[in-house]
Design a protein around this ligand. Structure first.
Ligand code: 0O2
Length: 232
């Protein structure tokens, strides 16, 4: 069966915090941390934009589009609860790597690895973790390439000092994988009710069809590029 999100239990946890005045302190702590995550996003976006600009001189741009977001305080609390972590500012900082998130959408599967390699080669970014859900899809069919990065963030007026290193999650996927993940997210991922097995099964089937199509598109693109190279 699909995942059930126990919102009542979360509300109970939050209510317990509220009664001890911790909630207001926690929310304002989360809010104060947001600037550092915004800066981290900005630094990685700049690197990705440079890659896009460089690609103008080659025949192929590996990036179709880029989205970014900082997780909302409610979504942070929901994930802490879902993962069973204690709800405190320290615990959020230690346990959540995806408060800042960037999603890079690529035309073809190979482009995903080009973007991942480019990020890995940056001296000022530390790659803490790579999860290849393309080679190893999740049981529900989810495919994407995830990287957890740690990076220095410098603030104006304090350039000599490097602030605390925030983590940032980069999700890299094709247009087709993104199409599936966005719709599956709506249908299933954070559903407050149980999703029947037949729906879970069909979503998995759709993911497999999409993956086969991605591979065909990759082959077609290679075929055309090969023909073009022979012409030059
Ligand atoms: P949101 O609201 O999109 O940010 P782990 O770090 O291994 O303990 P975690 O944090 O679940 O476990 O890591 P994982 O598996 O790499 O997933 C992180 C994010 O990937 C999720 O963030 C989703 O954005 C996306 N994701 C993972 N699995 C699925 C899936 O099955 N379907 C869809 N649509 N997206 C998925 P959040 O915070 O859960 O959600």
């Amino acid at each position: 069966m699909g995942q059930i999100y126990n919102s009542k239990k979360l509300m109970d946890d939050i209510a317990r915090l509220q009664s001890s005045h911790d909630l207001i302190e926690l929310l304002s702590g989360i809010q104060q941390s947001m600037a550092i995550y915004e800066s981290g996003i900005q630094e990685v976006l700049t690197k990705l934009e440079i890659l896009q600009r460089d690609a103008r001189f080659s025949k192929h741009n590996p990036i179709e589009s880029i989205k970014s977001r900082v997780k909302s305080p409610m979504s942070i609390l929901e994930k802490m609860h879902r993962k069973g972590f204690p709800i405190s500012l320290e615990s959020i900082k230690t346990n959540l790597n995806d408060i800042a998130g960037i999603r890079v959408i690529c035309p073809f599967i190979e482009d995903i690895y080009t973007v991942a390699d480019m990020l890995t080669r940056q001296d000022d970014l530390k790659v803490l973790e790579k999860k290849d859900y393309i080679q190893n899809p999740k049981p529900n069919g989810y495919r994407s390439y995830h990287m957890i990065l740690k990076m220095p963030v410098r603030f104006l007026g304090n350039t000599s000092e490097t602030a605390a290193l925030p983590c940032l999650e980069v999700q890299i996927r094709t247009i087709a994988m993104d199409f599936w993940a966005s719709l599956e997210h709506q249908i299933h991922y954070k559903a407050s009710h149980e999703v029947p097995d037949c729906v879970v099964g069909e979503l998995r089937e759709c993911a497999d069809i999409i993956s086969q199509t991605d591979q065909r598109m990759q082959r077609l693109s290679k075929q055309i590029r090969c023909m073009e190279d022979k012409k030059d």
